[in-house]
Design a protein around this ligand. Structure first.
Ligand code: PMT
Length: 399
């Protein structure tokens, strides 16, 4: 419940600011106390008066109240709040948050805030794809700022694509969920999650790898953290940012991943293995760059250890192991075979297509358990698939 929670809302200049009164209404209806801070440019899109009326508090914009000369104390605001949500959060404010700039009340309050902070980015699609913006959002995430992802659709520019601020209901549900996560068996469990590819060196400049981005495993880790689990993520060479509030080990090869997982598994209640581990590695790593000549090149490969199987054969009665199966044909047959051969409690089947598997933002899975049960998801975002997987495993493994 958000009743009596103190919610600080930062509003920056962007067309989505017109939706903010609806968000404030939802919070007030739920019994929250709301204080709004606008940047001066936000007032070109929503009026201070409207926000004051719906929040039942004067909207703050400047360091000093223009009429009374009273100081709007950013440190007090930062300490007062249970949650600070900046929505819409434009590229300019995101960049300034990264740099630690503080030339307005909103930014100064952000620097003083001790509570959890969310941003709901909103901007045009090409701005959203700018490497500097992408990097700034990743930097904020790595510092523990929660990001409520923008949605796709019609943009103010007339273009169509990703960049719309999440709807007020989504902002509200995010906060409500944060303060009242569903009571699941994941709370306080120690869960080891793997994600990303492994790279197996051929020589100092070349490797054997695969297309895994690490997104699926990271979404699972993020959801587990929301549910109150203690997460250790072992991540292969991925460009994705690992979640901030968990233990993190970076690895490169399958052998590195095995070593990291063997140590971590001893202290874990369970393993969810979303990494795409290379099945083979070159028998020897050439010490210097292999020079090209006219002859064909043959590289002898040897089998990598099967990390999942190694750990699942060691698991105690109190531990569980869940794997993924990435198949292109005979999918169900191969997935069930892996479930049995690798001694798993459940396996999550997904396939390779333009909307599923490697690199995509969406996925579709079928989960099988050792008793023969199975359940299908629809195609959904990887965040939603993580919810589906963990809700299913919550009842199948623990109940
Ligand atoms: O990272 P993304 O771009 O988001 O893509 C997500 C994903 C497609 C990589 C993910 O959803 C997925 O399917 N991961 C497992 C891919 C895989 O290696 O599948 P597999 O069927 O080859 O292996 C079966 C299981 O054994 C997997 O859990 C794998 O982690 C594990 N394994 C495989 C080989 C090996 N040597 N050791 C292992 O532990």
């Amino acid at each position: 419940m958000l009743k009596h929670k103190k919610i600080l809302i930062g509003v920056t200049g962007g067309i989505a600011a017109y939706k903010l009164p609806l968000f404030v209404r939802l919070l007030k209806k739920a019994g929250a106390q709301v204080q709004v801070i606008c940047t001066p440019s936000a007032l070109q899109f929503v009026t201070a008066e409207t926000l004051s009326v719906v929040s039942e508090n004067p909207t703050l914009v400047h360091f000093f109240d223009e009429k009374t000369g009273m100081w709007n104390h950013h440190v007090e605001l930062g300490l007062w709040a249970d949650a600070f949500i900046i929505a819409p959060c434009g590229a300019n404010t995101i960049a300034k948050m990264v740099q630690g700039e503080c030339n307005n009340l909103l930014l100064t309050t952000y620097l003083s805030a001790r509570c959890p902070v969310w941003i709901a980015p909103a901007m045009d699609l090409d701005m959203f794809l700018q490497p500097s913006v992408v990097q700034n959002i990743e930097t904020l995430k790595s510092r523990g700022v929660y990001v409520i992802d923008a949605e796709s659709g019609q943009l103010a520019s007339g273009l169509e694509g990703k960049g719309r601020m999440a709807e007020p209901e989504t902002l509200f549900n995010t906060l409500e969920y944060f303060f009242n996560p569903p009571n699941t068996h994941w709370k306080h469990k120690n869960i080891l999650v793997t994600a990303g590819p492994t790279f197996e060196s051929i020589d100092p400049v070349r490797f054997i790898g695969n297309h895994s981005s690490g997104k699926m495993g990271i979404c699972i880790a993020e959801r587990l953290i929301q549910l109150g689990a203690n997460v250790h993520i072992v991540l292969g060479p991925s460009h994705e940012t690992p979640p901030a509030n968990c233990k993190f080990t970076r690895v490169t090869s399958a052998q590195d991943m095995l070593e990291a997982c063997e140590t971590a598994f001893e202290y874990s209640d369970g393993l969810i293995m979303a990494a795409a581990v290379a099945d083979y590695r070159p028998k020897t790593i050439h010490p210097s760059k292999i020079k090209k000549d006219d002859a064909e090149l043959t590289i002898e490969l040897v089998k990598n250890p099967d990390i999942l199987k190694t750990l699942s054969l060691k698991k105690t009665e109190k531990q569980f192991c869940v794997g993924f199966a990435l198949e292109t044909n005979n999918q169900e047959e191969y997935a069930r075979k892996k479930l049995n051969e690798k001694n798993l409690d459940a396996i999550i089947l997904n396939s390779v297509s333009s909307q599923t598997g490697f690199q995509t933002d969406t996925n579709q899975v079928t989960i099988f358990d050792k008793s023969g049960k199975h359940i299908d998801s629809t195609i959904q975002s990887k965040e939603e698939i993580a919810v589906f997987i963990l809700d299913t495993l919550n009842s199948w493994i623990f109940e």
